[in-house]
Design a protein around this ligand. Structure first.
Ligand code: C2E
Ligand code: MG
Ligand code: MG
Length: 407
């Protein structure tokens, strides 16, 4: 089957005529449906779909590659991109970051002169991937999919309010591990909504909605309630784990929060020393003076404080220095890419050094393979979480996991 039967078009957009002609010739010989443009302004007039592959030169005189991607994004056209440039790797890298921020799909970046063998191999792989996605699902898979709970279904505000009223939330727990000894150091509690029809819904589907509608403190209340209910189960299983909970900027607007948290936990016999409170850089920024007031009192009550998703926000070093954090969590975005991407690796190294200088514990999140884990240990980051060790699990399963892995 040729690419034209499946409506997969490959567009080459480059101001160098010779390059365009050479690539088109090569792709057509290989059986692909390819078209070339030396003027980006003509190219963007085409009807480009998500099935298409756009091979895009970044430096073109009338309209550069970034502008092309932005224009197509604004027109809701989302093809796959392969980027090319005569500039150095850094330019390509930062163009890729731009595309990722806009959630565009950049499959590969190429420096010029183009390595044509690598280029053709990649086009072939991409084409196969698209072909599989375009072909009708086999019956078995379709049936199985129909019966699956609709995870990640988005939620309406009414549904969210109802869920809070009916206490439809549960906590999943992900182990935090000493990377040297393999010992369990704690558990991070991650909220899920167990919707009666839509199934299990992850936080990214409802936290933003809760934030926009000032429902966060109620949601955080649910987290504390759940933790208070779950904790005795840990104790029954012979554990008194450190548990991390996540809070949002809105929680830092309520000056009574430290006292409320501490007394709710105390009633349940949970010591603040067992609890780490995680918050992101942007949460602290929204109200610096109140945040510092609350954060200091939380620490004085014995809670541990962790700065989450570090590296993605805009906190200045001064704020990091001022706030009484014990722990710095390196964002998973960098950890997942560090073995393939030099800049992600540099950021991970800087985070580890910074944590050390400021006497905080560095924690890597998003560890998915052994090679990354080994490298983190080598860099001096000795604590981590990730699918390699365990995904977040419901209460019963995490108790079993701990029993099997950490007798
Ligand atoms: P986070 O606190 O940075 O949590 C880490 C997220 O990464 C979790 O997603 C976890 O399931 C996922 N994760 C952990 N290890 C890996 C890995 O190796 N690979 C990959 N791909 N992912 C991994 P989750 O549970 O969907 O939570 C997303 C975010 O929602 C959390 O990011 C946190 O910011 C927020 N959140 C979760 N629970 C709560 C909560 O109770 N309250 C508030 N305010 N926010 C919460
Ligand atoms: Mg977290
Ligand atoms: Mg995180």
């Amino acid at each position: 089957m040729s690419s034209s039967d499946l409506n997969i078009n490959i567009y080459i957009v480059d101001d160098e005529l010779e390059q365009v002609e050479m690539l088109i010739e090569m792709l057509r010989l290989a059986g692909f449906n390819a078209q070339g443009y030396i003027l980006a302004t003509n190219f963007i007039e085409q009807n480009i779909t998500e099935n298409d592959i756009v091979v895009l030169d970044l430096n073109m005189p009338t309209m550069d590659g970034i502008e092309v991607m932005r224009t197509l994004h604004d027109k809701a056209c989302k093809p796959d991109y392969l980027l090319m440039s005569g500039f150095d790797e850094r330019v390509l890298h930062s163009a890729k970051q731009f595309a990722e921020a806009k959630q565009l799909s950049v499959k590969e970046v190429f420096t010029k002169p183009l390595d044509t063998m690598r280029f053709l191999k990649l086009i072939g792989e991409l084409y196969q991937e698209k072909k599989r996605a375009l072909q009708p699902l086999s019956r078995g898979y379709g049936e199985a999919k129909k019966n699956m709970p609709k995870a990640d279904a988005s939620l309406t505000l009414d549904e969210l309010r109802q869920a809070i009223k009916e206490q439809q939330f549960v906590l999943f727990y992900q182990p935090k591990i000493d990377l040297i000894s393999g010992q369990l150091l704690g558990l991070e509690a991650l909220i899920r909504l167990k919707h009666p029809e839509k199934g299990l819904i992850t936080p990214n589907q409802f936290i933003p909605l809760a934030e926009q509608n000032i429902l966060i403190s109620q949601l955080t209340g649910e987290v504390i309630n759940n933790l208070v209910n779950d904790y005795p189960e840990f104790v029954k299983a012979g554990l008194t784990p450190q548990v991390s909970i996540n809070i949002s900027a809105q929680d830092l607007m309520d000056l009574t929060m430290p006292e409320r948290f501490a007394s709710l936990l105390k009633l349940a016999g949970i010591s603040p020393e067992w609890i780490t409170i995680e918050l992101t850089e942007s949460a602290i920024l929204s109200s610096v003076s109140d945040s510092l007031d609350i954060l200091n009192r939380l620490r004085m009550k014995g809670f541990q404080l962790s700065i989450d998703d570090f590296g993605t926000g805009h906190s200045s070093l001064v704020q990091l220095y001022q706030a009484p954090f014990n722990e710095l969590k390196i964002d998973q975005h960098f950890v997942m890419r560090m073995m393939q991407d030099d800049e992600a690796m540099s950021i991970v190294k800087i985070c580890i050094l910074l944590a050390k200088e400021l006497r905080m514990k560095a924690v890597a999140e998003g560890i998915e393979d052994q090679v990354t884990l080994n490298k983190l240990k080598e860099l001096g980051c000795n604590v981590g979480q990730g699918y390699l060790m365990s995904r977040p699990l419901p209460l019963e399963d995490i108790c079993d996991w701990v029993k099997t892995h950490h007798k």
